[in-house]
Design a protein around this ligand. Structure first.
Ligand code: G1P
Length: 289
């Protein structure tokens, strides 16, 4: 069984649900406590043993590339002033030379199209996909949990979680096959953004995927689906008919940082856990409720 070495992170989206905050900065660089959103998924991937980051970027997203690189003047200035702790925090995100690749999605044709844009960089091996606006607070991380499952089962695995039935039209939703016994289960199908009355369950796809490279051929022929976009969910539904495919109900809490409320909630939830800021934030919230 081939190991999971690469993660594809789509970062070309406009971030329309958080405008105007994202009018002139990429959504992926919105701060979550003291780091940009993109830092969370990249570190999650590295912690899960992945060693190559593939960012599918787009127009206006160049600042994301700079975040993972040296900032020579800033670093020299901090060094000269002896600000060693801050210098370390500035250097921490720098990725090892050659361990990050960028490709561009030239038109907003959907998540399936964004993943397909990474086909030549991924090549003929299984890989992960992580959506950066879905921040999952979990220990071990959601992706690490999935890689652990993959090492036992092989095949394809997607993260799922229960959502309110009336919210199924915001997500890809899976249909479990038969009775569910544990956190890992097979499915009979999946559908992108079904209306609540038509949803096969309330188990939503949660922005983490382990996929076999055959997904790329299927994406090639996937017609536009929900929202007029080429949907990864539709290609996965087809792949499920050919290969072992599992849903993993991960242990942890997800935050939808692509929405204003979700982003605010994530800042509070993770801020309260921050070793230096948590106590002061808790006190502030107590006084201002
Ligand atoms: C994407 C996927 C969807 C998934 C969701 C949350 O939708 O297409 O299946 O449930 O992310 O991870 P989007 O939020 O980009 O519309």
């Amino acid at each position: 069984m081939k190991p999971i070495r690469k993660v594809v992170i789509p970062v070309a989206g406009y971030g329309t649900r958080v405008l105007p905050a994202t009018k002139s900065i990429p959504k992926e660089l919105l701060p979550l406590v003291d780091r940009p959103l993109i830092d969370y998924v990249v570190r999650e991937a590295l912690d899960a043993g992945i060693d190559h980051i593939v960012l599918v970027t787009g127009r206006g997203k160049g600042a994301i590339e700079d975040y993972f690189d040296h900032a020579f003047e800033l670093e020299t200035g901090l060094e000269a002033k002896g600000k060693i702790d801050i210098l370390a925090s500035v250097r921490k995100p720098i990725l090892a030379a050659g361990s990050v690749s960028y490709t561009r999605q030239q038109a907003p044709l959907g998540l399936g199209h964004a993943v397909w844009c990474a086909r030549d960089i991924v090549g003929d091996e299984p890989f992960a996909v992580s959506l950066p606006d879905v921040v999952i607070d979990a220990e071990p991380s959601a992706l690490a949990q999935m890689v652990g499952e993959y090492e036992k089962t092989g095949g394809n695995i997607i993260a799922v979680e229960e959502v309110a039935q009336e919210e199924t039209n915001k997500y890809g939703v899976v249909a479990p096959k038969g009775e569910r016994t544990g956190r890992l289960f097979e499915m009979s199908g999946m559908v992108e953004k079904p209306e609540p009355a038509k949803a096969p369950s309330n188990l939503a796809i949660t922005g983490r995927y382990i996929l076999q490279p055959e997904i790329f051929e299927l994406l090639e022929d996937t017609p536009r689906g929900a929202g007029g976009e080429i949907q990864l969910t539709d290609a996965m539904d087809a792949l499920m008919k050919q290969q072992p495919f599992y849903a993993h109900e991960y242990e942890g809490v997800s935050h939808d940082c692509g929405s204003k409320l979700g982003w605010l909630q994530a800042n509070v939830a993770l801020g309260l856990k921050h070793p230096e800021l948590g106590d002061s934030l808790a006190e502030f919230l107590r006084k201002n409720r």
